[in-house]
Write a protein that binds this ligand. Structure first.
Ligand SMILES: CC(C)(COP(=O)(O)OP(=O)(O)OC[C@H]1O[C@@H](n2cnc3c(N)ncnc32)[C@H](O)[C@@H]1OP(=O)(O)O)[C@@H](O)C(=O)NCCC(=O)NCCS
Length: 154
């Protein structure tokens, strides 16, 4: 990885129109369906949610992560890195922010849900020490399963 990384932590104070637009654009480039402006605004308004935007050395947004902290659990709600920047370690850096959060909140587990057919994401989470603890059948379109994955950190 030869580019400088900047992770910006955004709180509810940072729910500016610009940040919402950045997140919508990244989300749209990565997910179908993606969240709209209202859904991202709701994300900012949720006091248990932390949102990170990742920028490259040219200050261009290249990825994001949203996580919620409830009791002793951190849930990764969404994470994505633009295709041209993938496999360079950027999502791993965002995951480090989640580990920092888990320390700050004395969290015991990190959990998430991922489509069984999303092999890059499943591989990414496995590389990060997550394992499947439950399968939700017919959760997505075309009867695809959701893998519920977790990592114990306590
Ligand atoms: C999943 C995702 C976030 C990974 O981001 P990334 O920045 O490419 O991940 P990293 O470079 O930090 O990868 C770390 C490790 O994860 C694994 N991994 C990541 N992408 C992989 C892929 N496409 N195939 C196999 N393994 C992969 C590898 O072990 C990799 O280490 P390596 O490159 O040294 O082999 C990215 O593929 C993405 O944005 N996908 C689209 C959005 C999405 O599906 N998000 C997850 C569901 S919420």
């Amino acid at each position: 990885m030869n580019e400088t990384k900047i992770c910006r932590l955004l709180s509810s104070l940072s729910s500016s129109k610009e940040n919402i637009e950045i997140l919508c654009a990244l989300d749209k480039a990565l997910f179908n369906p993606s969240w709209n402006e209202t859904q991202w605004q709701n994300e900012f308004d949720n006091p248990s949610v932390e949102i990170y935007i990742m920028q490259n050395s040219k200050d261009e947004p290249i990825g994001f992560l949203s996580a919620s902290i409830v009791d002793k659990n951190i849930e990764i709600r969404k994470v994505g890195i633009l295709p041209e920047f993938q496999r360079k370690g950027y999502a791993s850096l965002l995951m480090n922010k989640v580990y920092e959060l888990s320390k700050n909140y004395n969290a015991e587990t990190i959990i998430l849900e991922v489509n069984e057919t999303n092999h890059p994401a499943v591989m990414f989470y496995q590389k990060n020490g997550f394992s499947v603890f439950h399968e939700r059948r017919n959760y997505y379109a075309n009867h695809q399963k959701a893998f519920c994955m977790q990592k114990n950190i306590a």
